[in-house]
Design a protein. Structure first.
Length: 168
């Protein structure tokens, strides 16, 4: 994955629309399905928990299929990009201890992975207005810059390959 510049206002607007649409679909779908099932197959005990649960599960699956189907639509470009960026950063975070240890030993790919992690996190936090931990990120970036200078490496986020994580 490569980092891309995206329009923050367009991203926020589209994300909010997607969230509201998903919530509305979940409410209408789950209540509608549960109501139809309750009318078609009433329970003698008066408890309809299982039909309500089934309505929620079916609605969630339908929403997932719908999102998968429209993910390539231009409206979803920014939302899908951020979703994939979060997945990529999560993969790195799960192996962060090993990546940092490899970077300490001078592993160039590890330094690229760390640079991607820091640049992607910075972008993500700015898009979501979550700038509370930016100071910690700056410290980690400074440590990476020191390592890169020690090993005479130019850490480059664009050179990060997710296949590297499979080797760790």
């Amino acid at each position: 994955m490569t980092l891309e510049q995206i329009d923050k206002t367009r991203y926020r607007k589209h994300l909010n629309i997607v969230i509201v649409a998903c919530i509305a679909a979940l409410v209408v779908g789950s209540l509608g399905i549960a109501r139809v099932l309750i009318l078609a197959l009433p329970s003698d005990s008066g408890s309809h928990f299982h039909w309500n649960l089934l309505g929620v599960v079916v609605s969630c699956i339908a929403i997932g299929f719908a999102l998968k189907r429209v993910e390539h639509h231009p409206f979803m470009t920014e939302v899908v990009y951020v979703w994939r960026l979060k997945q990529a950063l999560n993969q790195i975070t799960r192996k962060l201890r090993k990546i940092k240890a490899a970077a300490e030993q001078g592993d160039v790919q590890a330094m690229h992975a760390l640079q991607f992690n820091y640049a992607g996190s910075r972008q993500l936090w700015q898009l979501d207005d979550n700038t509370i931990t930016m100071d910690e990120l700056a410290i980690s970036q400074a440590q990476l810059d020191t390592l890169a200078e020690r090993y005479n490496v130019e850490a480059d986020a664009s050179r990060y390959q997710s296949e590297y994580l499979k080797q760790l």
